[in-house]
Design a protein around this ligand. Structure first.
Ligand SMILES: C[S@@+](CC[C@H](N)C(=O)[O-])C[C@H]1O[C@@H](n2cnc3c(N)ncnc32)[C@H](O)[C@@H]1O
Length: 264
C-alpha cells in the first residue's frame, strides 16, 4: 500500500476506535459482569464445563477488554499471581476499579490495537471474553498479544460466532439476514437502548484464524459453542428471540479459541 493510502486507512481506523470508545463510555454500565468468566458467552458452555484455562494458580495474566473487571476478579479468586488488563473505556476503568477494590492489579485505558509498552514475553495467559472482535485491526492486535506472551504462553478468547447475528428465526424457519461473505463494519445508531452509535467490525471465521496463524500462534482448540450441559436434557421451547435455547441449540452463539505462542 502507498504511504498516503496507508495513512488514510489508519485515520479511518482511529476514527472508528475513537467513536466506539465514546459510545462504550455511555453503555459501560450495562455490562457489569454480564460477559465475564466463568461464562464464555450467552447460552454457551462455561469454563467449568470446558476447562480450557485450567489452573491459573501462580500465573501472570492479562485481560484484553477487561470491562467491569469481573473476569479479573475470577482470576484473582482462582489464585492468579499478577493481574493486568487493558480496555479503552474510562467508564469501564471506573467500574473495574470498584469491582477489584483492594486487589493489586495493573489496569490501562487504551485501545487493544495500540502499542502502549506492556511488558513483552511476560504473560503466562492473555485472555479476552467478548471483546477481541471489537478490534478494528486484528493483525495488529494479535501481533501485540503474541509479543506479550512468554514462549508456550496461551491466548484464549471468546467472541460472538460470525454466523449468529445473521440468523433469525421466524415462523419456525431459520433464515440468513445478511451476507456472511461481506466483511467490514456494521453501523448501529443506538446500543443497549442508548444514544451510542457503534461501528462493530464484521469478520468471517477464517479471518480470525488466519490472523492468528499469521501472528505466529499455533492453534490448540477451537470450540463452536453448544448449550450448557444442564440444558441438554430439558425440553427446549420454541422461541424467536435473538438469544434463546432454541436458536443456540441450532447455531453456536459463541466461538472460543485456545492458541499458544510457539516455543523455539
Ligand atoms: C463485553 S465487554 C467485556 C466484558 C469483560 N469480559 C468483563 O469481564 O467484564 C467488551 C469490552 O471491550 C472494550 N473494547 C471495545 N473495543 C475496544 C478496543 N478497541 N480496545 C480496547 N477495549 C475495547 C469495551 O470497552 C468493553 O469494556
Amino acid at each position: 500500500m502507498e504511504s498516503s493510502s496507508l495513512q488514510k486507512g489508519m485515520t479511518f481506523l482511529n476514527t472508528i476506535i475513537e467513536n466506539n470508545k465514546k459510545s462504550w463510555d455511555i453503555v459501560a454500565k450495562h455490562f457489569a459482569g454480564g460477559d465475564a468468566l466463568p461464562s464464555y458467552g450467552p447460552l454457551a458452555q462455561t469454563e467449568e464445563e470446558l476447562n480450557l484455562i485450567g489452573s491459573v494458580a501462580g500465573k501472570t495474566v492479562l485481560e484484553v477488554g477487561f470491562g467491569s473487571g469481573h473476569s479479573l476478579l475470577y482470576m484473582n479468586k482462582n489464585g492468579a499471581k499478577e493481574l493486568w488488563g487493558v480496555d479503552f473505556s474510562s467508564a469501564q476503568m471506573d467500574l473495574a476499579q470498584k469491582t477489584l477494590y483492594g486487589i493489586e492489579v495493573s489496569l490501562f485505558t487504551a485501545p487493544m490495537e495500540e502499542e502502549i509498552g506492556l511488558p513483552k514475553n511476560y504473560f503466562d495467559l492473555v485472555y479476552s471474553i467478548y471483546a477481541i472482535g471489537w478490534s478494528s485491526d486484528l493483525p495488529a492486535t494479535f501481533k501485540l498479544v503474541y509479543s506479550y506472551l512468554k514462549e508456550g504462553g496461551e491466548f484464549i478468547f471468546s467472541w460472538e460466532h460470525p454466523f449468529y447475528n445473521q440468523i433469525k428465526c421466524r415462523d419456525h424457519q431459520f433464515s440468513l439476514t445478511d451476507s456472511y461473505q461481506r466483511e467490514g463494519h456494521i453501523e448501529t445508531t443506538t446500543f443497549k437502548g442508548e444514544d451510542a452509535p457503534m461501528q462493530i467490525p464484521k469478520y468471517k471465521m477464517a479471518t480470525f484464524i488466519n490472523a492468528l496463524l499469521k501472528a505466529g500462534f499455533e492453534l490448540v482448540e477451537i470450540i463452536e459453542s453448544d448449550i450448557p450441559v444442564h440444558a441438554k436434557g430439558e425440553e427446549i421451547p420454541y422461541s424467536e428471540k435473538y438469544y434463546s435455547l432454541h436458536k443456540a441449540s441450532n447455531f453456536p452463539t459463541t466461538f472460543i479459541v485456545k492458541a499458544r505462542k510457539r516455543t523455539i
